[in-house]
Design a protein around this ligand. Sequence first.
Ligand code: F6P
Ligand code: MG
Length: 441
Amino acid sequence: LTSPPEEKGARPQRSFAYLTIKDRIPQILTKAIDTLHRHKNEMFEKHGEKGIEAEKKAISLLSKLRNESQTDKPIVPLVEKFADTDIWNQYLEHQQDLLNDSDGKPRWFYSPWLFVECYMYRRIHEAVIQSPPIDDFDVFKESKEQNFFESQESIMALCIHLRELMQIIEHLDENQLKNEFFKLLQISLWGNKCDLSLSGGESSSQKTNVINSLEDLKPFILVNDMEHLWSLLSNRKKTREKASIVRVDIVLDNSGFELVTDLILADFLLSSKLATEIHFYGKMIPWFVSDTTIHDFNWLIEQVKYSDHKWVSECGANWENYVKTGRWVYHDHIFWTLPHEFCAMSQVAPDLYAELQKAHLILFKGDLNYRKLTGDRKWEFTVPFHQALSGFHPAPLCSIRTLKAEIQVGLQPGQGEQLTASEPNWLTTGKYGVFQFDGPL
Ligand code: F6P
Ligand code: MG
């Protein structure tokens, strides 16, 4: 590092943000470079010499990027034209304006963490699109698929649970239905432990059957607004006209095991008639290692469909059918891979904001979405969630997130301080989770 962390204005040495930039970013870049190396033969078979040249180019661009980050170079504008290049460069200029520095250049260790982390993933994408003909290569695809395969047993257990539930769902009374809803919500919450960026791209799969651990995990839910979600959806179910639409939108996070838990929840919402339509939002470019792209979404449904286990494969077939018949709708939008916090959405992406306004409930999965919902600010732990959203209220919404960044709002007085005293790293290990709701019921 050219700039020691002790320098004035630098991030405190041991903040999680500092460790991310210092350790995890280089580790993720090294893994991406290694992945490209290992696919050299495949690229040669597909594209001949041109493929080899492209692989070399992408590797050299990524090595340069790693060097820029490790030596705290200025953050440079994007050069390759893509749908979002201008917005990114405007954002970068804005960061520059915020600095009162003599050379006026935002640098890797001296800029907001959220921005730098997003920028790093966007630069990885730039390195790939600058290297045709391998410009559609997803450097994280292998890790995402590995996570799925390593979680096979838990995935099978969840799919079987869902199929069993489907057979009795018509006969469940209100209370039983609510209990099942709560179970699947919690499964989807703990599924968020399995992201690959926290582990630097190393395996983070679900090897045990999470259904059996739900009771033991309950004490780790710090804010639990599940009752609000139930009231909202069950009241709507009781009062709505026969043919009317109830729409739940899910802003997806990680592919692999977490995505399975989200699809199981989405399937249940339709089968229980708590919702009539589910809309999903994924990422347009590979993002934070394990985030879901349209390719991951389709790939995973296909894998489940071709499982050897009859009940598992029935789940996959149903999911494919939901997509075909439009009861599940997948949306892409470039906004999700910009560095902007969500309160800027109505300005930066008014079309997306308008789309979200059509939902009766929006579920935001995962930690990064939480950081963007709350602007990744250093809020007091007791600040109300509604306030931290800073005007972002497209529809009633709920964050379903395990804690992996130093930010949490909406806690009881003293709750955060107590946790800090007993477990200094409680904010960043993914051990704790929240269901945090905002909106009228
Ligand atoms: O904290 C590690 C980290 O890279 C955060 O920057 C980010 O918020 C998180 O991982 C990603 O987690 P998730 O997949 O839950 O959004
Ligand atoms: Mg993620």
